[in-house]
Each structure stands twice: as C-alpha cells, then as structure tokens.
Design a binder for this molecule. Structure first.
Ligand SMILES: Cc1cc2nc3c(=O)[nH]c(=O)nc-3n(C[C@H](O)[C@H](O)[C@H](O)COP(=O)(O)O)c2cc1C
Length: 210
C-alpha cells in the first residue's frame, strides 16, 4: 500500500476522531510466534512498517534506535550462531533443544531486531527517555504490522541479553537489543489475555501535604 509521507514542516491536518482506530486498539493483540508463518510482509510493506514504527515521540530528535532485518537464508545462518552459543553455555542440553535454537529465527518470515542506540546529547536528553522512545518504536511496529495484515510479536528471549550475540549483531557498547519483532501471517486465532483492572491502576492525584 502506498502511503504518502508528510514533508518537513508540512501542516498536518487537525485531529479527527476515528472509531476505526479505537476499535483496532481495543481488539489489538500480539500474535504468537508459534502460529506464525506464510509469506510475511514484502519489501514495500516492510519499508512502510519500519517507516511508521520510526514515527514516535523522541526528545530532541535524536533517533536513538535502529533496525536489523532478518529475512530469507540469513535467519538460518543466525540460527547456527544461536545453536553454537547455546550449546557452549548449556553443554548438557539434548540435541532437540539445540535444534530449536538453530531454527528459532525460522519461526517467522521476517524478524526485525530493534536496537536501542542512545545518543550522547550535549543538552542532556536522559538515556532513560531515549530508551522509552525505543519502546514506543517497538509498539508502533506491532501496530503497523497488524494494520498491514500481519501478526507480530515482540520477544527478547535469552539472545537479546547475551554479550556474544550482541557482538555478532554489531552492537557497540552503549547499544542494547530492545526486542525482536517477529512478523508473519497468523495461522490461528489468538485468545484475549487478562488485562488490568483499571480501578487498580488509575487514581486521581490528591495533594496530601497540607
Ligand atoms: C520488552 C518485551 C519483551 C518480551 N519478551 C518476551 C519473551 O521473550 N517471551 C515471551 O513469551 N513474551 C515476551 N513478551 C510478551 C509478548 O510479546 C506479548 O506482549 C504478550 O504475549 C501479549 O501481549 P499483547 O497481546 O497485549 O500484545 C515481551 C514483551 C515485551 C514488552
């Protein structure tokens, strides 16, 4: 789908209420990587998903994130590294478990590594704020993938936190994996999961100091 991109300084239209968007959000759910497959987004669809994912609040326009796309044979090659590292760390694990690591990235046709890449900011945008921005990127990517007709799930699993895998991914010392967004077709319905009781998490602030 072609989607025009606003030009810099282009006035964007006033906010329009959208029951379609509200209904989309009310029923939004992550997919499950175990029931993902099919063709996945093509190049144009993926480019749009990534572009929309990158339209997030970002204090001082630092763009403190980047994407690593895994597609085609590269997923299997990455799996070889996962299996090797897993076997090295857990030498007593059985072959089936190691094989699972080998095919981990084959669970979905497209996997996007979202890398938190905080920038040194002379005016002092805290790293915490930059990391919050990367969380917004991941969520936007889930939304954009779903709105493009794909199931998507945000996973970290063990390899998001492994220093050797980080090296293999080309991360520098200040960078971290925010998550891997798996995308594909949804082969089964996903049941709704528990949501918070809003009374338990929403309150009105009251001034208790007087
Ligand atoms: C940062 C982050 C990391 C996650 N990592 C995992 C993971 O490694 N394994 C897992 O089963 N779910 C993981 N999840 C949870 C799922 O992706 C997903 O949020 C959950 O299954 C259902 O949420 P939803 O349907 O409301 O989107 C993670 C979620 C977040 C936010």
């Amino acid at each position: 789908m072609k989607m025009s991109q606003p030009e810099k300084h282009e006035p964007l239209s006033p906010i329009q209420p959208s029951t379609e968007v509200l209904s989309f959000l009310a029923r939004r759910r992550s997919g499950m990587v175990k029931c993902m497959g099919g063709a996945g987004p093509d190049d144009d669809q993926l480019a749009l998903i990534l572009r929309l994912a990158a339209r997030v609040p970002d204090h001082r326009k630092l763009f403190p994130w980047r994407f690593l796309v895994f597609q085609g044979d590269e997923r299997a090659k990455f799996g070889e590294h996962l299996a090797k590292k897993f076997k090295q760390d857990c030498p007593n694990m059985d072959d089936d478990r190691v094989e699972f690591e080998r095919v981990r990235f084959l669970r979905a046709p497209v996997v996007v590594g979202v890398i938190s890449s905080p920038k040194k900011c002379p005016r002092g945008t805290p790293v915490w704020e930059q990391e919050l921005s990367v969380g917004a990127v991941c969520q936007n990517m889930l939304l954009a993938a779903r709105a493009s007709g794909f199931s998507a799930q945000w996973l970290t699993e063990w390899y998001a936190f492994d220093p050797e895998i980080a090296h293999l991914l080309g991360l520098v010392s200040t960078e971290r994996v925010a998550g891997f967004i798996y995308m594909g077709e949804q082969s089964e319905d996903v049941p709704e999961r528990p949501r918070p009781k809003m009374d338990a998490i929403v309150s009105n602030w009251r001034n208790l100091t007087v």
